[in-house]
Design a protein around this ligand. Structure first.
Ligand SMILES: [Zn+2]
Length: 118
């Protein structure tokens, strides 16, 4: 009887340690994804900066031009938050409202005009 009880304890302890190890693996996976994303964002930032400096040099546009256009584009989703977020878009054909992340009307199927980037 007491041997069975001890065996049961050992089972629980093994289950707990395997759950802990699964959780630990999950944490490592998430940490790796975050690191990959950080690297990706840093690379995109570098390319973005290079593109901007190239345009400024070749076309003579200014930082103020960039800021003005960025503010205008930021407001296209109806929220001034410094980035492009998905939001409600009214379909020009059926007038019903879908989320901009789908890039098409969920009711009549009309494809919305997609931005070139993002
Ligand atoms: Zn529609």
């Amino acid at each position: 009887m007491s041997m069975m009880w001890l065996g049961g304890l050992a089972d629980h302890s093994m289950q707990a340690s395997s759950a802990a190890s699964a959780a630990q693996q999950q944490v490592h996976g998430v940490a790796r994804s975050v690191k990959d994303l950080e690297h990706h964002v840093a690379r995109l930032s570098l390319l973005n900066q290079a593109l901007w400096e190239l345009l400024r040099e070749k076309l003579g546009v200014t930082d103020a031009d960039l800021e003005r256009l960025a503010s205008e584009i930021d407001l296209r989703d109806g929220v001034q938050d410094g980035c492009i977020t998905s939001g409600p878009l009214q379909c020009p054909r059926c007038q019903r409202v879908s989320n901009s992340k789908h890039w098409k009307c969920l009711y009549c199927g009309l494809e919305f005009e997609k931005p070139v980037m993002g």
